[in-house]
Design a binder for this molecule. Structure first.
Ligand code: RB5
Length: 154
């Protein structure tokens, strides 16, 4: 089965989201579009972040990409869903490290900040990277915070 990547956006990220969906198809990755579909209609980003994040957390899709004006609101909202590690990325280095060090399962980007062709390279860097398991201890500490405990020794 091809990898499935969920995409979500508000009006400010819709154009970038659609460009990245086409890029995923060209890569042989199945895009799953959670909307929005009309950049001329202002919509609120949290519900799109939640839809993609819950689908990732439930294992219905493998990874997620969220686009708003800056990527900031999408990251904040997606990270409220347990099990989600959403990273705001700006370039191929932050995208690669988001996977290698943080095992991010969602990346967010700003449709008002990043050109589609550049964003496609950023997405490729994320998809091509591999988590380095030496960082697992830190991720366990983050999970500890999420479940109401402590993040680790003070
Ligand atoms: C919408 O104007 C804008 O606030 C939103 O797309 C995003 O940038 C929020 O973080």
């Amino acid at each position: 089965m091809p990898m499935r990547v969920g995409l979500g956006a508000d009006h400010a990220g819709c154009g970038l989201k659609d460009a990245l969906a086409a890029h995923l198809v060209a890569r042989g990755v199945q895009p799953v579009d959670f909307g929005t579909g009309d950049p001329s209609v202002s919509v609120d980003y949290p519900r799109f972040a939640e839809a993609v994040a819950r689908a990732v957390a439930a294992g219905q899709i493998d990874l997620g990409v969220l686009c708003c004006g800056t990527g900031i609101g999408m990251a904040i909202a997606a990270n409220k869903v347990p099990g989600i590690r959403a990273a705001l990325v700006h370039d191929v280095t932050t995208a690669r490290l988001a996977r290698e060090h943080n095992n991010a399962n969602i990346i967010t980007m700003g449709g008002r900040l990043i050109a589609p062709a550049f964003a496609a390279d950023v997405l490729d860097a994320f998809l091509d990277a591999t988590f380095q398991s030496r960082h697992q201890r830190r991720l366990d500490q983050i999970s500890g915070i999420e479940s109401g405990g402590r993040g680790g020794p003070a």
